[in-house]
Design a protein around this ligand. Structure first.
Ligand code: PEP
Ligand code: MN
Length: 270
């Protein structure tokens, strides 16, 4: 462990996230689904995703978009919101798959947790301490996505916020970071730099499960399978992948969505 982290531990700032003896209760390793809930066909989509080996279903009902969405598309405006959650409830009833969906604010925890088994904290909320403190007080799995800027101590600090509240059901999700991908002029949808090396870096100092997101970290569907394999080879505990029946028609994140066939191939590697 670095002297810096050792020091934080000695000062009592990181008691839990650097405790290698502790078991973090995380059961979900193959998470997949579209970026967002787009309509009632979400139930059929979930059945397909389950057939391809997923053990949890992801889809956002509330979507924090980079730019405010001005125009609504069939009820979708930064997500289907309450209707999206209602549809996710049907997914759960019909498939039995645990639901992973984003909670954007502490005031929304009760509403989202009524349907979600795993509350996703998006990259934009990685250091929203009001939200993280509130999630520490509930008994639900939390998938905390790394802020695109997050350093290793910031990752541990944000996990610690939830853990010290008493909620040990935390996993960190690596989803790519700010960088200057030197191939962006050729592949314009590549917005982030894959953060594969953070997997062994975290594994060396903590037992917190590490879930890798090859979709956001690549931004391009042809790169999702190779980066998934790289993440598993590097020691990731699981993957969260965006998959859609007609990838190019996804309302959000179309360029990185993969077909169910590719999803099945990726999930068959581990
Ligand atoms: C998502 O998972 O669809 C998402 C919005 O991810 P992130 O918060 O990592 O951008
Ligand atoms: Mn997305």
């Amino acid at each position: 462990m670095s002297a810096f982290l050792e020091d934080l531990k000695t000062q009592g700032k990181l008691k839990i996230s650097t405790d290698l003896e502790r078991e973090f209760k995380w059961e979900y390793t193959k998470i997949a689904g579209p970026c967002s809930v787009e309509g009632p066909d979400i139930v059929e989509i979930a059945k397909q995703v389950k057939k391809k080996g997923a053990n949890a279903f992801r889809a956002g009902a509330y979507k924090p978009c980079t730019f405010p969405v001005i125009k609504e598309v069939n009820g979708w405006k930064e997500g289907l919101k309450k209707e999206g959650l209602r549809l996710l409830k049907s997914v759960k009833e019909e498939t039995g798959l645990p639901i992973v969906t984003e909670v954007m604010d502490a005031s929304m925890i009760d509403e989202v947790a009524e349907v979600a088994d795993i509350l996703q904290v998006g990259t934009r909320n990685f250091q929203n301490y009001t939200l993280l403190d509130a999630l520490g007080k509930i008994d639900k799995h939390v998938l905390l996505k790394r802020g695109t800027w997050g350093t290793i101590d910031e990752i541990l600090g944000s996990c610690e916020r939830i853990l010290v509240g008493g909620n040990m059901k935390v996993a960190i999700c690596l989803r790519g970071v700010v960088g200057m991908p030197s191939y962006r002029h050729v592949y314009p949808t590549v917005r982030w730099a894959p953060d594969i090396m953070m997997i062994p870096a975290l594994k060396e100092i903590t037992n917190i499960p590490v879930i890798y997101d090859p979709s956001h970290s690549t931004g391009r569907r042809n790169f999702v399978a190779p980066i998934s394999r790289a993440a598993i080879a590097a020691g990731a505990d699981g993957l969260i992948i965006e998959s859609h029946p007609d990838p190019d028609k996804s309302i959000s994140d179309p360029a990185q969505a993969i077909t169910f066939e590719t999803l099945g191939n990726i999930f068959s590697i581990f």
